[in-house]
Design a protein around this ligand. Structure first.
Ligand SMILES: Nc1ncnc2c1ncn2[C@@H]1O[C@H](COP(=O)(O)OP(=O)(O)OP(=O)(O)O)[C@@H](O)[C@H]1O
Length: 253
């Protein structure tokens, strides 16, 4: 199968007060179409830096990223990105935020409103269309961000710790929502987290990153779906995968 994303020899350096800081070095990755890939790593290992590069928001210092064989040199409509921080526009209500990608595409107003309403319902925000971001809870803002990303109908989704700031119950709910939206869609996902349980509930494949984006482990998750964390936690296959990921994270430290 042809890769969606191919990353070769990627490096990213930052300059701070005249000093060269290396965030990523010699990073290689291939993402297959339709795959739910989780990047698991501890704080500071370069996960957000990598997603920014994959999204075309920052230039690499060295190496290449190809999307369906074409070099990524800037943002592309086929790639949706939900960053770690809220990027909803505070002066637009939920519906107008969700309409944004369709507005940029030049879709007619009636069509935009219809599609935005459908997405708002799909992410469980019906009734909050006219609310502004400041009037929403953190979980609602994440849902609105998700709906806005999906409004662009991207083929590939990049998500940077989207649920890490939420309480455990809400996180489980949003993980299930994301899986429901993804399953059968054919979309490819690159999802960043530092949480092993989250990785195992979501992923087809988990790549564990160490310092400077070094790949410590690349693991296929051969657990059936749907996965209910409370149930699979006691599955011997799950326990074994959990152990391997925990050991890899420890090794990466
Ligand atoms: N704009 C920047 N200027 C200087 N250094 C940066 C910049 N962005 C990131 N870094 C450095 O690059 C390294 C990787 O940061 P990055 O945010 O990618 O890590 P992360 O794995 O996403 O961490 P976290 O899980 O805490 O979000 C860190 O050492 C960080 O200080």
């Amino acid at each position: 199968m042809k890769a969606v994303l191919e990353v070769r020899e990627l490096a990213k350096h930052f300059t701070k007060d005249g000093t060269d800081l290396v965030a990523l070095r010699g990073f290689d990755l291939t993402v297959e179409p339709g795959c739910f890939l989780v990047l698991l790593g501890r704080s500071g290992c370069g996960k957000s830096t990598l997603l920014n590069l994959l999204a075309g928001l920052a230039p690499a210092t060295a190496g290449v990223i190809r999307y369906h064989g074409t070099a990524v040199t800037g943002p592309r409509t086929e790639i949706g990105y939900l960053t770690q921080h809220d990027t909803l526009m505070p002066w637009r209500d939920v519906r107008r935020n969700v309409e944004m990608p369709m507005e940029l595409r030049g879709d007619p107003k009636a069509e935009r409103i219809r599609a935005a309403q459908e997405l708002i319902e799909r992410v469980g925000l019906a009734g909050y269309e006219r609310h502004y971001p400041r009037e929403l809870s953190g979980g609602m803002r994440r849902r609105a961000g998700l709906a806005r990303m999906l409004a662009g109908d991207p083929e590939t989704l990049l998500l940077d710790e989207p649920f890490s700031a939420l309480d455990a119950l809400l996180r489980t709910e949003l993980q299930a929502d994301l899986l429901r939206l993804w399953s059968g869609s054919g979309k490819s996902v690159v999802f960043v987290t530092h949480d092993i349980d989250e990785a195992l509930v979501l992923a087809d494949r988990v790549v564990v990153l160490g310092a400077l984006g070094r790949i410590v482990l690349d693991l296929d998750v051969d657990l059936g779906r749907p996965r209910d964390l409370d149930e699979i936690r006691v599955d011997p296959g799950y326990v074994q995968l959990h152990r391997r990921l925990a050991a890899a994270l420890k090794e990466a430290a």
